[in-house]
Design a protein around this ligand. Structure first.
Ligand SMILES: C[S@@+](CC[C@H](N)C(=O)[O-])C[C@H]1O[C@@H](n2cnc3c(N)ncnc32)[C@H](O)[C@@H]1O
Length: 288
């Protein structure tokens, strides 16, 4: 028994802990490489660190260090001094490809400062800042575009689940805090006769309107500018209300207010769809 315990002790490596404590650096390496478009440059054939640095306007030695860091993360390969993309960076990190996911970095950036102050939060019980205030709007403008690749499949699944464009046509839908308007655009793709309204801050609605134009949907979504607690929402008016990736940013009181508003705005038999990262009752999973 004692021998067995000793063996287990020997086999237990501290490496996972060391890795976790250093992982913030890997996140920054990847984020910096996306910021300066290193992956796109390598894809375009600038395959030495000097060429990448020249095109990106970065310092050659620092560029080499970051590129070699990406090597350790299996995001590039290096042969005879030349860098090559790996399948994952080729698929998701080359700007201009439909599968491009580089803007997802804004999710990490929006959490960065808060996570850096986690120790204070443990003592005060308060977050560093709230993401629903006016001064955080620049974060939202980028983040809502960055999360489109993870939100679009959910929007499609909702349309399938409800039979939008099949059993249900001409739905009146309201997306509260709709961001990029990905739900609205997906509903309209399934059913052009749907009547879509989105509520969000004015600057975020401007981002959504630009995306609507790019997808040939200009003028198809009605926008309500403002804070969800204060903005006017018609009572007894909507068949479908969506709140996606929003509840987790709101306080318990804010969420109660949201649910009250949604309930009042729904027609009898209407549907309120909440999409979020929600753990089970015991909070043991799923891990996200
Ligand atoms: C994480 S994004 C989610 C966007 C979209 N629903 C999605 O799933 O892709 C959160 C959205 O909430 C909006 N928002 C935050 N606080 C708000 C508030 N108090 N009233 C209205 N919108 C708000 C932000 O502008 C942002 O568009």
């Amino acid at each position: 028994m004692t021998g067995q315990r000793q063996n287990t002790k020997k086999a237990l490596s501290p490496r996972p802990l060391m890795r976790l404590l250093g992982d913030f650096g890997n996140s920054r390496i990847l984020e910096a490489a996306i910021e300066y478009d290193f992956f796109t440059l390598i894809h375009r054939g600038f395959d030495t660190y000097e060429e990448v640095a020249r095109e990106a306007g970065t310092v050659p030695r620092a560029t080499r260090i970051v590129l070699d860091g990406l090597l350790a993360l299996a995001l590039v390969e290096k042969r005879k001094g030349k860098y090559f993309l790996t399948p994952i960076s080729e698929t998701y990190l080359v700007r201009g490809k439909p599968s491009y996911m580089g803007d997802f970095r804004y999710v990490a950036l929006s959490l960065w400062d808060g996570m850096a102050h986690l120790k204070e939060t443990l003592k005060t019980g308060k977050p560093l800042s709230r993401l629903d205030t006016w001064d955080e709007l620049e974060v939202w403008e980028k983040l809502v575009v960055g999360i489109m690749p993870i939100t679009q499949p959910v929007a499609k699944a909702l349309c399938e689940f409800l039979g939008v464009g099949k059993t249900k046509k001409g739905l009146r839908m309201l997306d509260i805090a709709g961001g990029s308007s990905i739900f609205g655009m997906t509903v309209l793709a399934c059913d052009p006769s749907a009547q879509v309204t989105q509520l969000d801050w004015p600057s975020i609605n401007t981002v959504a309107k630009k995306l609507n134009r790019e997808r040939g949907l200009e003028g198809r979504i009605r926008f309500i500018d403002g804070e969800f607690r204060l903005a006017p929402i018609e009572d007894n008016h909507y068949d479908l209300i969506v709140a996606s990736n929003f509840c987790r940013f709101e306080s318990p009181n804010g969420n109660q207010e949201l649910f009250r508003k949604a309930y009042r705005a729904l027609k009898p038999g209407g549907f309120f769809a909440v999409n979020d990262f929600i753990p089970n009752e015991e909070r043991t999973g799923p891990t996200f």
